[in-house]
Design a binder for this molecule. Structure first.
Ligand SMILES: Cc1ncc(COP(=O)(O)O)c(C=O)c1O
Length: 431
């Protein structure tokens, strides 16, 4: 039954009431079988010539940079449950054991032991097809996107993004000189038919298939295959941001899109910002073998390499099994925190908000009435010591829906419950 549930959830099966369960028509048979190696090589050779490098101009944004650790703050994990003692021991051990070589310059790709541990973790838990030779260590997903932009894009290249989507990706891609082309998302993730209508000259698409940011959809199997097919036919790149896939509450984690790609079109990126802590500034990018030298060159040009002390400590943390244990603990803590938010919303805001998605990740997305002002609400919440991100800020085009992203990672259940009461008060008071 749980295998059926998972396949239904991922869109491989469809259930028809009264007649049974069927394989989804959108899953093409030929794509389920890996293409022969010579097809992959041809596709790789074509794209190799298209690898271009560019360092774009940076445009500072107007957002606030402060991130107080308060209820509903977006993007923060449970810092209060951080395993300080183990981490401090590992750091101290690494500092004591430091050799002169470790204090000098090292490989821009990152520490080998960490790359091996990450490749193992991704193969086992995300079905990513990779070896350590395809893994580059970077200072987080933001850097991964900058690197992908610098390696693959030329100024004014058109890059499709999810609408609404992740502001950090918008910034990184704009900084690489890209023209952003918003494509709507619905309950199945990015609308690939709409992407196709945007024309053949789109160089890349940025997606969050496991947990769409910010609306929360999981990209269906049909859409995944359609997107991979679109990329192969258009010689375009897929930038897959798998930022918080470790945490799912209603089904098992959905595999990464990268693992389904037989044409080497996917550049996969992940981060330890959610699973561990953001100030670590450690993430990774998995690139097709054919793009490796281009990415390594950009990595070197960018900032030579990522500081090594945290890399060494993290490699030990993974190798000794602490990370897997930490994830298990965090999953149950987040489930409790998410449930506290849902309970609080039902209690204090039932007639004021509609819960849009709470299946995975570290935030619950709620919709407000269309005539509401989500930015104003977020501001008033801020004055009451509660954070929230306004959904309308996640759009680059017009037609912005009004809603809030309620982060539940960084506050205990009772504080989250109290925050839902404050949210109810704020929504009831005249603007
Ligand atoms: C969609 C998305 N990607 C990536 C990240 C994390 O970025 P980083 O690894 O740069 O900390 C976030 C953080 O909130 C996010 O929401």
């Amino acid at each position: 039954m749980s295998a059926y549930d998972q396949l239904l959830h991922e869109g491989y099966l469809v259930g028809r009431i009264g007649s049974g369960t069927f394989v989804s028509e959108g899953v093409p048979d030929d794509l389920l079988h890996p293409a022969p190696a010579n097809v992959r090589m041809r596709s790789a050779r074509r794209s190799n010539g298209a690898v271009r490098r560019h360092v774009g101009a940076n445009r500072p944004g107007a957002a606030s940079w402060s991130f107080p650790v308060v209820p509903f703050q977006g993007g923060l994990p449970a810092l209060d449950l951080f395993p300080f003692a183990v981490w401090a021991k590992l750091i101290a051990r690494q500092v004591r054991a430091e050799t002169l070589e470790q204090l000098a310059y090292v490989d821009p790709a990152g520490l080998r032991a960490l790359r091996i541990a990450i490749a193992e973790h991704l193969r086992a838990s995300r079905a990513v097809r990779c070896t350590a030779d395809q893994v580059l260590i970077v200072p987080g997903s933001q850097a991964a996107l900058r690197l992908a932009g610098a390696t693959l894009l030329a100024p004014n290249d058109r890059v499709a993004i999810e609408e609404p989507g992740y502001f950090g990706a918008h910034r990184a891609l704009r900084a690489a000189g890209a023209q952003l082309v918003p494509v709507p998302v619905d309950a199945e993730g990015l609308d690939v038919a709409a992407l196709q209508r945007r024309g053949p000259d789109i160089r890349a698409v940025y997606v969050t298939p496991s947990h769409q940011y910010p609306l929360g959809a999981t990209m269906s199997a049909t859409r995944r295959f359609a997107l991979l097919d679109w990329a192969a036919r258009n010689d375009a790149w897929i930038l897959e941001d798998d930022y918080d896939s470790e945490f799912r509450y209603i089904s098992r984690p959905v595999s990464a899109l990268q693992g389904m790609d037989v044409h080497d079109r996917v550049i996969y990126m992940g981060t330890f910002s959610k699973a561990f802590f953001p100030a670590l500034r450690l993430g990774y990018i998995v690139v097709p073998a054919t793009l490796w030298s281009g990415f390594l060159e950009s990595r070197f040009a960018f900032d030579l390499f990522t500081p090594t002390l945290y890399q060494r400590a993290l490699a030990e943390y993974l190798k000794e099994g602490h990370f897997a244990r930490h994830l298990r603990r965090m999953r149950s803590a987040y489930l409790e925190r998410r449930d506290a938010v849902l309970r609080g919303l039902a209690l204090h805001c039932a007639d004021l908000v509609r819960v849009h998605n709470s299946d995975a990740g570290l935030h619950v997305t709620v919709m407000l009435r269309n005539d509401a002002d989500d930015r104003g609400v977020a501001e008033r919440l801020g004055r009451r010591g509660v954070a929230a991100l306004a959904l309308s800020n996640a759009y680059v085009g017009p037609g912005r829906r009004q809603g809030l992203l309620l982060g539940f990672g960084c506050a205990e259940p009772q504080r989250l419950l109290d925050a839902t009461r404050i949210l109810g008060d704020v929504l009831r008071e005249p603007a």
